[in-house]
Design a protein. Structure first.
Length: 455
């Protein structure tokens, strides 16, 4: 016999109260965990729209859930788990609004572990297949309210995670379908406000309507920039929606766990699955990367043209080339603007004469509806073809320290195409940020001086 569980009336009351507060914020920062602990014996905890990694109680090994996303065919649990460990009989327990006895529907969970490497913890996706209620449709009433996890079907979950359906959020301004959403992985100890502003403004010029960022740790100047964009959006003066999600990784014995690149795999997957129904296309890049359409005015024109050539394509891959932070050289006519705004695009024009091959440091634009699982540099489960763009059509410009120490060539194509419009946007943006530090200077490292080689 399963233990007694809360009445559906009490759960629905708590759900309405929690959802009304968990994801609302005047600064457009998505909120931290809001938990309601049931005080009657043998009753579960509800975790509502938490966006914080929550340890699942009652399992045989450590598993942390960041969010439970309604994904039409299933519920996607974005998670971190003990690396290499196999949960042999993991089941999802789905709780529906009309489940008056609150018994739940038990379904076998699918666990996909991502790149465990040498770390003790790895990223994972857990899919919970949805069994629709008798009406057999996908109405609001047929979407589960909660999901829990157990390893024995005779048990009830010790926690229930609220299932987030972004299409039913109260804030209607956040339900606009954008042509392009940009997903950026975790900002870790990030203090480069100049780079952040350039990324947002260049994404705007390329055609983005939304940028989603994950905040692991940022400085006060970066926080000020993000809050300015949030304030402008809330007051109707901003056309690009900047969403900031907390991304604090779990701690064990007082120390934050280690995963590859601060769990960037599941940050990308979370962004894909949270925003795929609010985006026609999704762009994946880091803050210092730019997917540049070299023969078209923006991403929309690029994709439209490539679809005419390759109509079965559902993703577009950009090869990568590095612009060296060790060799700053301002583009002609932009030296003063570079010094004023410290925008890397204006001041770093020396590029390594080497371009990485496809799937090696490459990034993509994807058709959101056609994608189920995203890796960082490629697509794990493609639906349709990947159009591998020729370098003269599209190239990933990456502003960072050099890796191969190849000889450098001057490349001002991006500045010629977008320089004047970028400077106009920078002037307007920084006028709204008085006293905020730029936080970026060229590197004084010179490790490549004696390592230059043919590439």
């Amino acid at each position: 016999m399963r233990e007694n569980s809360p009445t559906v009336a009490s759960m629905l009351t708590n759900q309405r109260r929690l959802v009304g507060t968990a994801s609302q914020s005047p600064c457009h920062y998505v909120g931290k965990s809001i938990r309601k602990f049931m005080h009657r014996p043998n009753q579960s905890n509800v975790v509502a729209n938490q966006h914080i990694f929550e340890l699942v109680d009652g399992l045989s090994e450590r598993l942390y859930i960041y969010s439970a996303l309604w994904n039409i065919k299933n519920i996607r649990l974005v998670s971190i788990k003990t690396a290499h460990y196999v949960f042999k009989n993991l089941h999802c327990v789905l709780y529906y609004p009309d489940d008056k006895d609150f018994k739940g529907v038990y379904v076998q969970a699918e666990v996909i572990e991502r790149n465990p490497h040498e770390f003790s913890f790895s990223c994972a996706h857990i899919n919970c297949p949805v069994k629709f209620k008798p009406q057999g449709n996908q109405s609001k009433e047929s979407i589960p309210l909660y999901v829990g996890l157990v390893e024995n079907v005779s048990h009830i979950p010790k926690q229930m995670f609220h299932v987030e359906d972004i299409m039913n959020e109260k804030d209607q301004s956040r339900q606009t379908v954008q042509e392009f959403t940009v997903c950026v992985p975790a900002m870790h100890q990030f203090g480069n406000a100049a780079l952040l502003v350039q990324q947002i403004e260049m994404s705007r010029l390329f055609g983005a309507g939304r940028i989603v960022l994950y905040n692991h740790s940022i400085s006060s100047n970066v926080d000020a920039v993000l809050r300015m964009y949030a304030r402008e959006w809330a007051q109707g003066r901003e056309t690009v929606e900047v969403v900031v999600l907390p991304w604090k990784l779990p701690s064990v014995n007082g120390s934050e766990i280690e995963t590859q690149y601060w769990a960037q795999d599941i940050a990308a997957d979370h962004c894909l699955n949270r925003y795929k129904r609010l985006s026609k296309y999704i762009v994946f890049n880091d803050l210092d990367e730019y997917l540049v359409p070299l023969k078209h005015s923006n991403w929309s024109a690029l994709v439209a043209n490539r679809l005419r050539l390759h109509p079965k394509s559902t993703s577009w891959m950009f090869r990568s080339s590095i612009f060296s932070m060790e060799s700053p050289l301002a583009a002609d006519g932009y030296k003063e603007d570079y010094q004023r705004y410290r925008a890397p695009m204006l001041g770093l024009t020396m590029r390594e004469n080497f371009t990485y091959w496809y799937e090696d440091r490459s990034k993509l634009i994807v058709n959101a509806a056609a994608l189920e699982l995203m890796a960082v540099h490629a697509i794990s489960k493609p639906k349709g073809d990947t159009d591998k763009l020729p370098v003269e059509v599209g190239l990933l410009f990456h502003y960072r320290l050099p890796i191969k120490c190849c000889p450098l060539v001057k490349d001002t194509r991006l500045v010629r195409m977008y320089g004047q419009r970028l400077v106009a946007r920078l002037k307007e943006t920084w006028a709204k940020l008085p006293g905020v530090e730029l936080g970026w200077l060229p590197s004084n490292k010179t490790r490549c001086e004696t390592l230059l080689k043919a590439c």
